[in-house]
Design a protein around this ligand. Structure first.
Ligand code: ATP
Length: 234
């Protein structure tokens, strides 16, 4: 599992994260809710090794990864699907997937590609076309497929529903569930709390850089701090 304990992250004098604790388990979707600027993206980026914590612990399957460079954390099995998808528009769909598998052997890459196509048949149909021509929902599937190419144990997802039409959001969330059902631990930041809670197992609420609630999704629905996170009260 991924254990984030009392994480603090500063940008110069700005304290972005000041006491976030989250645990993400294999096969489960842990949904991180919170208003704009609450520190959710910074938390994910820090776990992925793209920001350095000021203090706190990040353990991946019991091993501290604080201070590790991003590529080493990826090799340890933690992959980030960034906010805004960031697919390479001018590369083909197939090339985008290959980029995600650069750390794997050729044999593993072929196997991962086959599994990504099995999960997202549209990617196989469009594999020779430019990624920039995919719809928003399809680009999100590609971002998931690219992340799966490194055969991660955990995937960090930053607002996968962002900018997508409501009908597409549900399809994307179904894919998130399917990824967790393969045994992968998903730690997902989502502004769309309703959509996220439909498929999540556990919920964490972050308020002004601090985690203020964590619990199973059924319990979270009854809890007032989670309801105010719905409303975006920072
Ligand atoms: P959003 O939903 O808007 O992405 P968030 O919960 O993901 O919000 P963060 O993006 O982690 O929040 O930002 C947390 C705080 O850190 C905010 O106050 C933000 O303004 C600040 N911040 C984020 N990135 C930087 C940066 N590169 N330099 C300085 N301050 C930053």
């Amino acid at each position: 599992m991924i254990e984030i304990r009392d994480l603090h992250v500063d940008y110069g004098k700005v304290s972005a994260v000041r006491g976030v604790s989250v645990t993400a388990h294999p096969g489960r979707v842990t949904l991180v809710l919170g208003a704009n600027g609450a520190g959710k993206t910074t938390t994910l980026r820090t776990v992925a090794g793209l920001n350095a914590p000021t203090s706190g612990e990040i353990l991946v399957d019991g091993k501290s990864v604080v201070g590790w460079p991003a590529h080493r954390i990826l090799a340890r099995g933690v992959s980030l699907v960034p906010e805004g998808r960031r697919v390479f528009s001018s590369l083909t769909v197939g090339e985008n997937l290959k980029v995600g598998g650069l750390i794997a052997s050729k044999k593993d890459r072929e196997e991962s590609m086959r599994r990504a196509f099995e999960m997202f048949p549209i990617l196989e149909e469009r594999q020779d076309g430019p990624a920039g021509l995919l719809s928003g929902g399809e680009q999100q599937m590609l971002a998931f497929g690219r992340s799966l190419m490194s055969q991660p144990s955990y995937i960090l997802m930053d607002e996968p529903s962002m900018g997508l039409a409501p009908a597409v959001v549900d399809r994307v969330m179904d894919s998130v569930r399917a990824i967790a059902d393969r045994g992968i631990g998903v730690l997902m930041v989502e502004q769309n709390a309703e959509a996220g809670m439909k498929i999540a197992d556990d919920v964490v609420v972050v308020n002004r850089g601090e985690s203020v609630y964590s619990g199973p999704v059924e319990e979270a629905r009854k809890h007032s701090s989670v309801v105010s996170a719905f409303l975006g009260e920072a």
